[in-house]
Design a protein around this ligand. Structure first.
Ligand code: PLP
Length: 409
């Protein structure tokens, strides 16, 4: 059927398509290497004793990598389930067909609980009120609902205090339609050389568990480890570990034990969109922050702070032809400039790497974190979606679709 009589039959109808995915890729994008992700998951699992489960932390779109792809690969590689921060994130995975356990970290509003029960999202309960509300819903839905109790052992964020945790555990167990599946805590500092506070937190957690053990009521999933603890505190792995950052191939600190073979999953790339030749005395960019002392050749990359690059001036580098090209002037919303005087072969639309590897050189996530005086987590999650995500090396995806479902506990 002819839907637009004005269009000549010689024009390819794909140009009429309005969906973003059908447009040519903007010359600035993030690349997500799903092959590396898969390998990272395998390497992490090798660190774990047999029987220790993996809960893949995929909150905030898997730290900017795309939660659905990451969840699929982690589950295919044997993860028990995924952890998320909020209801929207979990529902997006359910809507996409993920049936594995999804654990919501943090605290739920009462109004959210019905959706959690309806869609089998596991919640952390931190208060008696939530236990009662969840139990009431479980009865209404005629379900036996698994819950995890979060214990605050000193981080003072979410959870019931360690020295007040026993009554909450007992309250959960007293509710027939609730099943105390897990108990967890979270380290305030596990990635720095000084482990004293982490050990204190772990001792408080263990004290609660020992009090339970005395009553012969074991809890199947005890879990405390984030990435730092997966690497540095193996005696705290218990029944399950919860790495986030490590899945993405990034270490939580400079002092953390490296995991050989682990590689960053995300790269940020752009193509040269203009080349300018400056004569001595000429300036570049907003605020006139850069003046050429000698003749300079600059490349303009169509990516800026509006894409998540830190708004810096005359600091930072990108890779072009495997060489480090220093950033000059101030980063703008949609553009930044780099000095390519020493890379004469650089031409229009050549590829530049803003984060990641090119040839033998690399710009690490931590290097960019230093530019913005922050941490790697912040860098990964702050690239914006106007940089379209290009997944690569994902061929092996969904070899075993049955791996997306719940595993036996
Ligand atoms: C984010 C988060 C994690 C994962 O932390 P990483 O340092 O990225 O491994 C684990 N547990 C909880 C409760 C979290 O909020």
């Amino acid at each position: 059927m002819q839907t637009n009589a004005a269009v000549s039959p010689t024009i390819d109808r794909k140009f009429l398509n309005l969906t973003v995915d059908s447009l040519p890729l903007r010359p600035a994008w993030t690349e997500i290497d799903l092959g590396r992700l898969r390998r990272n998951v395998q390497l992490i699992r090798r660190e774990l004793a047999p029987g220790v489960r993996l809960l893949a932390v995929v909150k905030d779109e898997a730290y900017g990598h795309g939660a659905l792809d990451v969840a699929r690969i982690a589950l295919e590689e044997g993860a028990w389930g995924c952890a998320l921060s909020n209801l929207e994130e979990a529902m997006a995975l359910r809507a996409a067909g993920i049936t594995a356990p999804l654990l919501l970290l943090g605290e739920r509003q009462e109004a959210e609980l019905a959706w959690c029960v309806a869609h089998d999202l596991t919640v952390c309960v931190n208060t008696p009120h939530t236990v009662r509300a969840l139990a009431r819903l479980a009865r209404e839905f005629e379900k036996c609902v698994p819950v995890h109790v979060k214990i605050n052992t000193g981080m003072s964020r979410y959870g019931v205090r360690w020295d007040e945790a026993l009554p909450l555990l007992e309250q959960v167990e007293a509710e027939k339609c609730l099943r105390l599946e897990g108990v967890l805590t979270h380290f305030a500092q596990s990635e720095e050389p000084d482990k004293a506070f982490a050990e204190l937190q772990f001792a408080r957690f263990q004290a609660v568990l020992h009090a339970r053990a005395a009553r012969n009521l074991a809890i199947p999933l005890r879990h405390v480890c984030n990435s730092g603890a997966v690497l540095e505190l193996p005696h705290t792995h218990l029944d399950m570990v919860r790495p986030g950052l490590l899945l993405y191939g990034v270490l939580p600190s400079a002092t953390c034990r490296p995991l050989p073979g682990l590689e960053p999953v995300m790269s940020v790339k752009a193509k040269i969109a203009a080349i300018q030749s400056l004569k001595p005395g000429e300036i570049a960019g907003y605020g006139m922050r850069f003046t050429a002392v000698t003749p300079r050749r600059l490349a303009v990359l169509p990516v800026g702070y509006g894409d998540g690059y830190p708004r810096v001036s005359n600091t930072g580098v990108v890779l072009i032809h495997g060489r480090r090209a220093p950033l000059v002037g101030s980063v703008a919303m949609d553009a930044l400039m780099v000095d390519i005087t020493d890379i004469p072969q650089a031409q229009m639309w050549d590829e530049a790497v803003l984060m990641g590897r090119q040839g033998t050189e690399a710009i690490t996530v931590r290097e960019i974190a230093t530019l913005k005086n922050s941490v790697s987590y912040d860098v990964l999650t702050n690239w914006r979606l106007r940089l379209r995500r290009q997944a690569v090396n994902g061929e092996a995806l969904l070899k075993h679709p049955q791996a997306l479902g719940a595993s036996e506990l």
